[in-house]
Design a protein around this ligand. Structure first.
Ligand SMILES: Cc1cc2nc3c(=O)[nH]c(=O)nc-3n(C[C@H](O)[C@H](O)[C@H](O)COP(=O)(O)OP(=O)(O)OC[C@H]3O[C@@H](n4cnc5c(N)ncnc54)[C@H](O)[C@@H]3O)c2cc1C
Length: 381
């Protein structure tokens, strides 16, 4: 990706990360897909090489570098089709909650492990009865002396099997009116009595990503595990959504670029009726249409990355990007499978897995419809 955002140092970093991925990650992808999980050692290797939470302050074990480095890591992971090792979710979506809303003691306790790969994180908001409507969650955290007693069920939690630390959205005030004011974020460590991880869910794609149910039954954690203030959880989640939607858009955009590249390569080599598949005018037009949409996405996205790095409030535009880029990537996926013919439906062709994996991008981190609701509101509609 070329942009004024990236300097020579960034390019050197990207190059080194690419080499790391081709040696340590790419050769194992198929095996991890079959296993339904990425081994912990891969997370450790990412951490040892500075590829987890690179933005975390050096004092807490990070490299203290800018958001551009997170963009590079997420793009490159998507380019090689490594979506199971959810480094973006851990580094750029979950750990920032600890960094921004945790106190010094919490940061000293957890951030170094998050950067080294010793602590894998998860965030548990979604419940069987509450996904898009977060304020409707029913998990409670009732204060009892110096402890919170957590009860409730969560589902679809990424890193749900591997996680050592989960940030749980729970109601510390179930009677709060409006209900969102009763939500708090509480950290629960793996092994805490009453906290259990359910089965690794069988999904349409993202097979190497461990996505699980979680249950909390009279799970007691010290009140010192509360992140920030009581009842502020919803507002914290809203504050961090800009970065979350941006990272998800970065990955979906990179996937669309990877799918187009591999399809052009395949179709140039594949000959039918004596000609390469690319040379049929209908297909040329398809490629041009996809390339145009991808270019539009790339330019929009780059402008957002630049604004985000400059500290601008771009919630509306980022929500537009999250609503549009994953949908665009899915259109690209559909046509790229079609252009591969029957081979596009075969596991040995990477387009098969990418087309399946990209489907989730219109759903998690806020669905396309929820993004449109937000943008509509911001437009005063
Ligand atoms: C693989 C995977 C990983 C995930 N990882 C996590 C995680 O780590 N942590 C976590 O907490 N959650 C996670 N989720 C949950 C995800 O964020 C939710 O699935 C998502 O927010 C949608 O919620 P829902 O599934 O309950 O759908 P619902 O809320 O039931 O939505 C159903 C449909 O209604 C639409 N809809 C909702 N509101 C409106 C509206 N106002 N107007 C029009 N249509 C609307 C939706 O867009 C959707 O099409 C994950 C999900 C998956 C599948």
């Amino acid at each position: 990706m070329s942009s004024s955002l990236f300097s020579e140092e960034h390019d050197i970093f990207r190059d080194a990360f690419r080499k790391f991925l081709s040696k340590e990650i790419a050769p194992h992808l198929e095996e991890w897909e079959r296993d339904g999980i990425v081994p912990r050692e891969a997370w450790k290797k990412m951490g040892e090489n500075g590829y987890l939470c690179p933005w975390v302050d050096e004092k807490y074990g990070g490299s203290g570098v800018g958001f551009e480095y997170s963009v590079i890591i997420n793009e490159e992971l998507a380019y090689v089709g490594c979506l199971g090792l959810a480094a973006g979710l851990h580094s750029d979506i979950i750990v920032p909650y600890i960094n921004s809303f945790g106190n010094e003691q919490q940061k000293m306790k957890w951030l170094p492990g998050c950067a080294s790969g010793d602590i894998i994180t998860a965030i548990a908001m979604t419940e069987p009865g509450a996904g898009s409507d977060l304020a409707a969650i029913r998990t409670t955290a009732v204060r009892d002396g110096d402890e919170y007693v957590i009860n409730g069920q969560k589902t679809f939690i990424s890193n749900g099997i591997l996680c050592d630390l989960v940030i749980v959205a729970a109601k510390t005030d179930p009677k709060a009116n409006p209900p969102f004011k009763g939500i708090s974020l509480i950290c629960v460590e793996d092994g805490t009595p009453g906290f259990s991880k359910g089965r690794n869910l069988d999904k349409m794609g993202f097979h190497s990503q461990d996505t699980a149910e979680m249950s909390f039954e009279d799970c007691r954690v010290p009140v010192s595990n509360l992140l920030g203030g009581e009842g502020k959880g919803f507002s914290y989640l809203m504050q961090k959504l800009q970065a979350e939607r941006l990272i998800v858009s970065v990955m979906a955009q990179a996937l669309s670029e990877a799918m187009l590249d591999m399809t052009i390569k395949y179709c140039k080599e594949r000959t039918i009726f004596g000609k390469p598949v690319t040379s049929f005018q209908h297909n040329t037009f398809k490629f041009v249409e996809m390339a145009t949409e991808i270019e539009l996405g790339r330019n929009f996205l780059n402008s957002l990355i630049e604004d985000h790095c400059a500290g601008k409030d771009i919630v509306k535009k980022v929500s537009m990007a999250k609503a549009w880029i994953p949908e665009m990537a899915n259109r690209v996926a559909y046509h790229c499978v079609q252009l591969h013919g029957g081979y596009g439906y075969m596991e040995e062709y990477p387009i098969c897995r990418l087309a399946r994996d990209v489907r989730i991008f219109t759903i998690f981190a806020g669905t396309t419809e929820v993004m449109k609701v937000i943008v509509g509101r911001m437009m005063g509609l």
